[in-house]
Write a protein that binds this ligand. Structure first.
Ligand SMILES: Cc1cc2nc3c(=O)[nH]c(=O)nc-3n(C[C@H](O)[C@H](O)[C@H](O)COP(=O)(O)O)c2cc1C
Length: 214
């Protein structure tokens, strides 16, 4: 009887440990974003341009951290506000990262990447523009109008404006750090909505492939 009890405890412990390992393997805590770095804002504005070629190299964790934080990370811990302004502070833009082996959601609260699904789904983003497949990561900007108190005619415009701001944060960060990127609207929206399990009034709006310059 005692042995059975011990076995049960052992099994429970094994289950707890393996669950912890699985979730930590699927979630990637990013290093803290830099406080300084890159070129000046004026230089970044001079250098900003759409670039569609990328070096065959993964982004370092630090560059990925800085990129995601620049896109829409928290820059005021006291009130949870972010690098990107949003209409009425509804914070309705989420950023997904499409890698060659998985798709992750950027969790701005913990500054980490949560795996949503495994596999290479970048073709859905490329939709025929094959240069996208050569970027190590593409950031997808998804707008959720359900964050608004009421969805009105102007809501879509607000969501589009807010996504545009996130995309420009990415553009300016890349220009300041010598990375390549381009704002894109092309993608297979329906298939992406299905892949990510998006709900009504939540939709992909823009994407930015990002990589080191060639
Ligand atoms: C809302 C928006 C959507 C765009 N969609 C695409 C796209 O699907 N594919 C692409 O290659 N470039 C796309 N672009 C990039 C434009 O073609 C590019 O910004 C324009 O040619 C000006 O070049 P520049 O960014 O170097 O100034 C898009 C730009 C914006 C702002």
């Amino acid at each position: 009887m005692r042995i059975i009890k011990k076995l049960k405890v052992l099994l429970l412990l094994t289950a707890i440990i393996s669950t912890t390992l699985v979730s930590s393997a699927q979630d990637k805590k990013l290093p803290a974003p830099d406080k300084k770095g890159g070129s000046s804002l004026m230089e970044a504005l001079w250098n900003r341009k759409s670039e569609r070629t990328f070096a065959n190299k993964q982004l370092s964790d630090q560059d990925l951290s800085n990129l995601l934080w620049a896109a829409c990370g928290i820059n005021r811990a006291e009130n949870g506000k972010r690098t990107n302004p949003t209409a009425r502070n509804k914070q309705e833009v989420s950023v997904y990262a499409f890698f060659a082996d998985r798709v992750c959601l950027y969790d701005h609260k913990t500054h980490s990447l949560k795996t949503v699904t495994k596999g290479d789904h970048r073709k859905l983003i490329a939709k025929g523009q094959d240069f996208v497949l050569t970027a190590p990561v593409t950031l997808l900007l998804v707008v959720n109008l359900n964050m608004y108190d009421k969805i009105e005619d102007s809501s879509f415009l607000m969501g589009a404006a807010d996504a545009g701001i996130v995309s420009q944060n990415i553009n300016l960060f890349c220009a300041a750090y010598g990375l390549s990127t381009v704002t894109r609207a092309t993608m297979d929206n329906d298939a992406i909505e299905q892949l990510l399990g998006l709900v009504d009034n939540q939709f992909p709006l823009l994407n930015n492939p990002v990589g080191y310059s060639k």
